[in-house]
Design a protein around this ligand. Sequence first.
Ligand SMILES: Cc1cc2nc3c(=O)[nH]c(=O)nc-3n(C[C@H](O)[C@H](O)[C@H](O)COP(=O)(O)OP(=O)(O)OC[C@H]3O[C@@H](n4cnc5c(N)ncnc54)[C@H](O)[C@@H]3O)c2cc1C
Length: 563
Amino acid sequence: MLTYDILIIGSGGAGLYAALESRMEEDLQVGVLTKVYPTRSHTGAAQGGVNAALANLDTTDTWQDHWFDTVKGSDYLADQDAAEIMAREAPIVVREMEHWGCPFSRTDEDKIAQRPFGGASKPRACYSADKVGHVMLHTLYEQGIRHGVNFLNEWQVLSLLHDGKRCQGVTAINIQTGRVHTINAKAVILATGGHGRIYWTRTSNALGNTGDGTAMAYRAGLPIKDMEFIQFHPTGLRRTGILMSEGARGEGAYLLNGLGERFMSRYAPEKMELGPRDLVSRSCETEVREGRGGPEGEVFLDMTHLGKERILEKLPQIRELCIEFEGVDPIDEPVPIKPTAHYSMGGIHTDINGQTQVEGIYAAGEAGCVSVHGANRLGGNSLLDILVFGKRAGKHALEYARGASFTPVSTEQEEKDTRMITDLMDGDGSSTIADIRRAMGNLMAEKVGVYRNSKDLETAVSELADLQEQFKQVQVKDQTKAFNTELVSALELKNMLDLAEVVAGGALERKESRGAHTREDHPERDDENWLSHTMATLGSDGRPNLEFSPVTITEFEPKARTY
Ligand SMILES: Cc1cc2nc3c(=O)[nH]c(=O)nc-3n(C[C@H](O)[C@H](O)[C@H](O)COP(=O)(O)OP(=O)(O)OC[C@H]3O[C@@H](n4cnc5c(N)ncnc54)[C@H](O)[C@@H]3O)c2cc1C
């Protein structure tokens, strides 16, 4: 049986930062196990920036401003103690990245350059043209190699193991061989990223963002928090959902409706295009609903006035994506866009050190929910979250693993998982993975999207239950063992269906509008009844069981949000 003192699942920014922090002890075995090759993790797709109040551009910026912006942006659902930690520690982790060689863009005085971002009162997003996630991920991976981190690449975790009190490890399939293994670990850090792919047909997320770790934790009895809050990024390409970074608006791009009007003056007269994402996405959808959209229900991102030179210097990747995927060159014409499912505010419930309710099990990054983003994340705060809380989880896991002993584990789950895979290979085949996935994506986009109401949500809940039944008839037709990507997809689909049920169920239950969750039938925020986190656990009937817990408020009393 494989054993690790600390096993980190996922090699995005959160997993890699946790690995660097937790391998400070020579005697401890630390491993990073990951479904894709490390540098292909979704962190590498991040474009626009990472927030830290460095005050390089606006010298009046402070971490307290960042803290307040984050809490206000969250529609007061963020836990304020956690958001304070993130804002305070931001300058430390960003400088740490710089010292490790992360090539940030520079100001004329050679300081780290910063740009304005949505919902931020000062320009504080540090960037590297429009490829900041790419340079961060590569810097962290290089440091991991340099410090001798052990990588298990192209392994997919299946189940999380614990004895009710303490972590035992995981089961995982080696994608190269098709064999299931039990891995015994004192501590496991789940850094498996978000679940934007539950909106399969309308998302900015990588194919692998299927919420595996979150679904695994849920099935292992751990509570998952605030799952109804899904961020729609206002500017996804019209036909593919591929992201046009907020950095474009940070550089000065406008939003236009089908009539050529800069419509944000109606919704956020002060901040205009740099309002927070929930507000800007609602505004885009409203324009289309009220008949002011383009012919395919889109609005437009206009960068033409920025000029060729600035676009080529600051937004080169954005331009390439527009040309490749929409056939439009942003130097010459406005780009057609629609809101796209982008970020999972919810995730595995943890404390400020990434700890879950089971000793030795941690979560960090987009898979976790501390919560610093509450009902709506600000742009540039996720790359920050993965650094700050990846680091904290790694540090805490190291302290824990130093003192803990291994909890014995049997191969029972390994046998169950192997049988489950055999059943998938032997299924009757009357349903296909592609059909279920497409139906789930369309259902989520249409019924659990930017605007929600009880009728649509009830339909979503009931149709998702049908899709769960259909999943039982799926057959993996590729019967080979090595690199069976059809099997990988089937396992991911099961995770997505489980999480989609929690997202839709939570959205139906929450009878108010807050942040990214907008109920047409309950249009107001209701602090009296709903200033609380949703905790979902798997019920004995296989459906989510919802409970609510208080939000930590330390400094800022909730008030109306205006921009
Ligand atoms: C297009 C795009 C642009 C973005 N731009 C920005 C930005 O400019 N600023 C910002 O702050 N945020 C941005 N975000 C959000 C931010 O990039 C992500 O939230 C963040 O990078 C997530 O990092 P992570 O480490 O939690 O997970 P990820 O980087 O998603 O990594 C997840 C890891 O988990 C592994 N994994 C998953 N399932 C399994 C399994 N079953 N077994 C083994 N391994 C598994 C994967 O292999 C992967 O290594 C953007 C997101 C997208 C999609």
